[in-house]
Every structure is written in structure tokens, then in C-alpha cells.
Design a binder for this molecule. Structure first.
Ligand code: SAH
Ligand code: SF4
Ligand code: F3S
Length: 439
């Protein structure tokens, strides 16, 4: 009898990737995916620790499984991901329903951990093992059959920005070897994938070894992947400004398969704040990178992340962030209130009052939303290339992504998932575009 696995994913795209790999490795143990926790034999929460609320959500979700476990004592409940890494055994103490705690670098050991639970013991594995989990995982299966997929090429972070937990939860920065990445990309393409987003907490620090014994840059990796027939689109995320090298910037102008979209977080528009964040660059340095990128690829769509209310952020610091946003013009961006994380240096500094954080976030989000709407509106009348990713809610409607990562709804469309077509944009809302096949 096949067993059922329910995976719930929180946090970043790297967790989305990891959840797919967990489903694949448990697939080899006879588990099939289910969309509902109620009929699952195993529940895995793949968690995020980046802000306070993220971790709290996990505990409240776990509480909801009490009845399920009462009805089915054999139900195995696992906590994976960055909360698992950060809290370890503490999770078992706080929530006795949990059987497995497994960190982001050791989930290839899930089958072993499951056997341990079946023999009556709780299982905790938050090692940063010497062996790479990637080498231990089964070949990529692309179970979801999406034409767009994620591919983790780099993990961990050595930058230790003063607000951030990632270096503690994901461990030291490391790159996967080039041949391993190429093989996985080929497998994905054989499964019908046409759009690959290369992932890493700091993906542009990528320096994977190739057969030549040399460390290859992300730009070289992208050029190599662009040779794969059937792979039409390459993207990468997330990048740090200080690793935005000239070869990578140039690739945006020269490599046809590299899409004109870049997520390049700046976090704040004040040099004092950037310094205290430990971001290792100034506002001007960031401006220069954006200028170079726009010179290489004038139509590039820019996205970013912002933190408001970082400790000691003044009104003037915050105004500088608004000023920078007005100057750059983002097509899309994420913004957050600073959330003190235990064990990070910024958590012990003088905090900005909550009410001020709330007000700043609201002002920044108003501006970013306005820019996003302008960017969407500017697409009306343009022709974009859309990769059809799913069927829409209406009959004969398809939904896909433009090269700039806009979501595009196409009416009266006889295309199939995975097809690409030139679409003329006829209307725009805040979050999506609507269009028709261009004549
Ligand atoms: N490596 C990426 C960011 C990864 S974390 C980079 O360096 O840009 C994703 C985003 O979460 C960050 O860009 C930041 O904006 C936000 N973030 C991280 N820690 C945070 C904290 N303690 N409080 C609020 N937002 C935070
Ligand atoms: Fe976190 Fe990114 Fe800074 Fe690394 S570079 S510490 S992941 S914000
Ligand atoms: Fe969250 Fe871990 Fe990603 S803390 S943002 S899931 S790296």
C-alpha cells in the first residue's frame, strides 16, 4: 500500500526546491504526495526562520494536527527547514506531537530518520554533514510537471548581515559542481521544463568546480546552461549587490536565454543603515550597479527587498530609502518591518518603536505599489513572450509568465501548458496583465 505525504512549505524559493526534493526522496520510500494533511501518513513542515512571525506560524500549524495524531497514532510529523535548524530539540520540548526535526542540510537522511521513528524513537538531525545532500538525493524527477522549475546551485551564506539568520540556519556558503548542475538542468528539460530559476541564498557568489578543475562563475554557468536545447529561459535569485560582477552584468545584455529580470535587494537607502546592517556596500555603489545593468539591458525589470525600522533608523535614513526607490523605479519589490532575531547582532541594538515601523512600512509599500502599478500599466500595448504555465479559471484561458516575470492571462487561447507565444498586452491590473495572441 502506498503511503501519503503532505508537505507544507514556508519561506523562500530554496525551501520550495527542498520540499520537492523531500517529496522525491520519500517517493522512493513508497510515499505519494497528497494535498491535504487529513489523509496523510506523514506530514512535513518545511519552515522558515527569517522573521519572528514565520516561526510562530509553524507552532500554530502544528497545534492543528493534534486531532489527526489522536485519530492516527502512526502519523509521522516532521519539522524541516530553518526553524528546525535554529531550534533543534527545543521543538520536541515545545510540541510533543513532533517526531522528526531535520535541518536544511540533512534532509537526505529523512528515510533513516523515518525508520528511527517507526522503531519508537524521536529523531533529530540538524548536522551540517560533510557529505553534500545533493550527491545523496535521487535523480531529479520534476514530479510537478511544471514548465518552470527551481534549481538550487548555491547554498548558505558567509556574509552575516547583522539582522539575518540565514548564515546560522543554512550554514557556510557552498556551490554545487558545474557538471552536477548541468545534469540536473538536462533532466528537468527532459521532463518538459523550459524555464529554470537558479537558486542560492547568495546565488551570484556561485563558484562551482568544473571538469577543468577551475571554479566557474555564475555567468559562466549560465552560458553553459544556455547551450541546453529546449531550455528557453534562465533566471537566478537571490543576488547580493557586492557580487554583481561585470561578466554577470554583461550576460544580461548578451545571453538571449537570460531573462530581463533581476531581484537585487538593497535593504535600505541610507549609508549609515547599510553600514550597521553589514551590507558591505554604499548606496552609490548600488546605484552604479543598476546603471551598468540598465546600460547592458535597458528594459531589465528590477525587483528588491527592503527592511524598515532597522535599529537606530532615523526619519532621515528612512526618507533616503524612499528617495532611492523613487530614483530606481522597481517593477516589483518586497518590504518588511525589521524583526529582531535571537543570536543576531542587530537584535541587541536600540530598537525602533513598533508604531514607527508600521508607519514607515505603510509609506514604503504605498510607493512600491504605485511603482508596480505604473510598471504593469506601461506594458499595455506591448508584445511580450509568454510561457504558458497553467490553465486559467475561465474556459480557454491560459496563464503564464512574460520574460519580465509578469503574470499574463491569455483569453481564447488554444495553447498547451509549456507552449510559448507572443502576446499583445491589452489590459493591466496591479498584479497581472491580460492579453491576446499577437497577430
Ligand atoms: N540573501 C539575500 C536575502 C535573503 S533573506 C540578500 O542578501 O539580499 C530575504 C529577505 O528577508 C532579505 O532580503 C531581507 O529583506 C529580509 N529579512 C531578512 N532578515 C530579516 C529580519 N531580521 N527582519 C526583517 N526582514 C528580514
Ligand atoms: Fe542574510 Fe543575504 Fe545577508 Fe546572507 S547576504 S546574511 S542571506 S541578508
Ligand atoms: Fe526562510 Fe530559511 Fe529561506 S530562514 S527565507 S527558509 S533560507
Amino acid at each position: 500500500m502506498t503511503k501519503k505525504l503532505f508537505v507544507k512549505t514556508y519561506g523562500c524559493q530554496m525551501n520550495v526546491y527542498d520540499s520537492e526534493r523531500m517529496a522525491e526522496i520519500m517517493g522512493e520510500q513508497g510515499f505519494r504526495a497528497t494535498e491535504t494533511p487529513e489523509d496523510a501518513d506523514m506530514i512535513l513542515l518545511n519552515t522558515c526562520h527569517i522573521r519572528e512571525k514565520a516561526a510562530e506560524k509553524v507552532y500554530s500549524e502544528l497545534g492543528r494536527y493534534r486531532n489527526l495524531k489522536a485519530q492516527n497514532p502512526k502519523l509521522v510529523i516532521g519539522v524541516a527547514g530553518c526553524v528546525a535548524q535554529a531550534e533543534g530539540e527545543e521543538i520536541l520540548r515545545r510540541q510533543s506531537l513532533v517526531d522528526i526535526v531535520v535541518g536544511p542540510q540533512s534532509y537526505h537522511r529523512l528515510p533513516e530518520l523515518t525508520r528511527q521513528v517507526e522503531s519508537g524513537k524521536k529523531a533529530v538531525d540538524t548536522d551540517f554533514p560533510w557529505e553534500s545532500k545533493f550527491a545523496e538525493l535521487p535523480q531529479r524527477q520534476a514530479l510537478k510537471k511544471d514548465p518552470a522549475a527551481f534549481l538550487t546551485v548555491q547554498e548558505g551564506c558567509d556574509k552575516f548581515c547583522s539582522f539575518c539568520v540565514v548564515p546560522y540556519t543554512r550554514g557556510a556558503e557552498a556551490s554545487r559542481p558545474v557538471p552536477e548542475v548541468v545534469r540536473e538542468a538536462q533532466t528537468l528539460v527532459e521532463h518538459g521544463v523550459r524555464d529554470i530559476t537558479l537558486l542560492g541564498q547568495n546565488v551570484n557568489t556561485y563558484h562551482g568546480k568544473n571538469h577543468d578543475g577551475k571554479d566557474w562563475s555564475l555567468a559562466k554557468l549560465i552560458w553553459e546552461l544556455s547551450k541546453i536545447n529546449g531550455l528557453e529561459r534562465i533566471r537566478f535569485t537571490t543576488s547580493h549587490p557586492i557580487d554583481m560582477t561585470d561578466d554577470l552584468i554583461a550576460a544580461h545584455g548578451e545571453c538571449e536565454k537570460l531573462m530581463p529580470y533581476l531581484h537585487l535587494p538593497v535593504q535600505a537607502g541610507s549609508d549609515q543603515v547599510l553600514k550597521r546592517m553589514g551590507r558591505k556596500h554604499t548606496v552609490n555603489a548600488y546605484r552604479k550597479i543598476i546603471e551598468k545593468l540598465r546600460r547592458a539591458r535597458p528594459d531589465i525589470a528590477l525587483s528588491g527587498d527592503f527592511i524598515v525600522g532597522f535599529p537606530e533608523e532615523t526619519d532621515a535614513d528612512f526618507e533616503a530609502t524612499l528617495e532611492l526607490v523613487r530614483e530606481i523605479q522597481y517593477s516589483h519589490a518586497y518590504s518588511f518591518k525589521y524583526s529582531p532575531r535571537p543570536g543576531t547582532p542587530a537584535a541587541t541594538r536600540k530598537q525602533v518603536p513598533e508604531a514607527i515601523k508600521t508607519e514607515r512600512l505603510q509609506r514604503l509599500q504605498e510607493l512600491l505599489t504605485e511603482q508596480q502599478q505604473d510598471a504593469q500599466q506601461a506594458m499595455v500595448g506591448e508584445v511580450v513572450t509568454v510561457l504558458m504555465e497553467r490553465t486559467g479559471r475561465k474556459p480557454k484561458q491560459m496563464v503564464g509568465k512574460s520574460e519580465y516575470r509578469h503574470t499574463v492571462h491569455v483569453e481564447n487561447c488554444t495553447m498547451q501548458i509549456g507552449d510559448m507565444a507572443e502576446i499583445k498586452i491589452l489590459a493591466a491590473t496591479a498584479n497581472s496583465l491580460a492579453g491576446a495572441i499577437a497577430a
